[in-house]
Design a protein around this ligand. Structure first.
Ligand SMILES: Nc1nc2c(ncn2[C@@H]2O[C@H](COP(=O)(O)OP(=O)(O)OP(=O)(O)O)[C@@H](O)[C@H]2O)c(=O)[nH]1
Ligand SMILES: [Mg+2]
Ligand SMILES: [Zn+2]
Length: 374
């Protein structure tokens, strides 16, 4: 048996050991965490590089709905309104009023409103109170730049998404169109394509190079509109197509989404951005989504420019189904599980070689397939 002194020394040593041990365990844990963080970061960077020539947040369309609070008592009989803009602490509604969110909804950490949301509103002595969010039919989201685990909602309850691209001497970027079409098809939102700024082309809306680029889309079920917001070209056809629906304009910054919304709604006053003279690129001017209601009941949602469209978890089969012009050929591929990338005897590749399938669309298919998570 050791003396009291020995016991004390032993206790001190044990404490030191425990401290060291805890330190080591803690260090180990931190190392593992930071390794995992680095790996995730690298994976994200890789995915982004694969996706995109640029490096900006991307948008997603989803059909299912994020967590939503239950209706509050007595709110189901209240009048309905649509959210037109979301500001700090106040919500603009499509009837022109400014509402506040009821306290019980604010307590729910999952509660979020976005443009296009349908809400039940209660009149009060002060500003009207939003008491309930109705189920969303569809929505468009993008990652929150400040928090990679969160999404920012851009628009909800959309019937038609108009993918806007701009005509220019440097040509269109069909990569965005193809990914966007796939994302919309998966999210159950109808798509339309609008080539804006045709006034910049030598041949205007009838330009030969424009016709060639858009040919693969003209042969699909997606309606294509050639417009100039500046000159008012092609707008009546676009207006007719959108009549009575909730529509969202999506696309790169500077393609003229706000200009188109303005041209379709001459009474509105949305700002459009000046294009930088030295490189012809648009400035980001629209920083938040907003909805406007036209006289015929059409609702137009203008969104900030995105540089990319992510697909979320998407299977190779879903990608293939999105390229419907491949369908007539796939039965003739030598292998039943042909991916139509580089397989021998692939009838799709033969059709590309023979000019029966657009080569740019096929290239875009291969890029999208390669960017899917394994
Ligand atoms: N030549 C030409 N220029 C246009 C046309 N439509 C828009 N522009 C110009 O393109 C620039 C960008 O237009 P915006 O409407 O701000 O583009 P946006 O897509 O809303 O851009 P973000 O809000 O940044 O996403 C502006 O300088 C417009 O004047 C068009 O039909 N022809
Ligand atoms: Mg804009
Ligand atoms: Zn094949």
């Amino acid at each position: 048996m050791g003396s009291e002194q020995d016991k004390e020394a032993l206790r001190a040593a044990a404490a030191r050991f425990m401290k060291r041990q805890v330190g080591r365990d803690e260090q180990q844990r931190r190392k593992q965490e930071s390794k995992a963080r680095r790996a995730t970061q690298q994976r994200h960077e890789r995915t982004r590089r694969d996706w995109d020539e640029d490096d900006e947040p991307f948008a997603k369309i989803r059909r299912a709905e994020p967590a939503r609070p239950a209706a509050t008592a007595g709110s189901t009989d209240l009048p309905r309104a649509t959210v037109a803009a979301v500001h700090q602490g106040r919500i603009e509604l499509d009837d022109g009023t400014t509402a506040r969110i009821a306290g019980e909804l604010l307590l729910d950490p999952n509660f979020r409103l976005c443009v296009g949301d349908e809400v039940a509103v209660q009149a009060t002595a002060g500003p009207p109170r939003i008491r309930m969010l109705l189920p969303r039919r569809s929505w468009l989201a993008r990652p929150d730049p400040g928090n990679p685990h969160r999404e920012l909602l851009l628009a909800a309850n959309v019937d038609v998404a108009v993918i806007v691209v701009a005509a220019s001497e440097s040509g269109l970027r069909p990569g965005l169109i193809d990914r966007c079409l796939l994302a919309l098809a998966r999210g159950g939102v109808a798509a339309a394509l609008c080539v804006n700024k045709v006034d910049l082309l030598p041949g205007g809306a009838a330009d030969a190079s424009l016709a060639a680029t858009m040919m693969p889309y003209v042969t699909t079920a997606v309606p294509v509109f050639h417009c100039s917001a500046r000159l008012g070209l092609g707008l009546p056809a676009l207006r007719d197509h959108l009549a009575g629906k909730t529509c969202v304009f999506v696309g790169h910054s500077g393609v003229g989404k706000s200009a188109l919304a303005n041209a379709l709604d001459p009474g509105g006053d949305r700002r459009t951005g000046a294009v930088r003279a030295h490189d012809g690129k648009g400035r980001h001017t629209t920083s938040a989504s907003s909805l406007r209601r036209l006289d015929d009941g059409t609702r137009l949602i203008d969104t900030p420019g995105v540089r990319e469209f992510g697909l979320g978890p998407c299977t190779a089969d879903e990608v293939r189904a999105g390229f419907e012009e491949f369908a007539p050929f796939v039965a003739n591929c030598r292998f039943g599980d042909c991916k139509h990338v580089d397989e021998p005897g692939c009838a799709v590749l033969e059709a590309v070689g023979a000019g029966r399938i657009d080569a740019a669309r096929h290239a875009s298919y291969v890029r999208i397939l390669a960017s899917l998570d394994p």
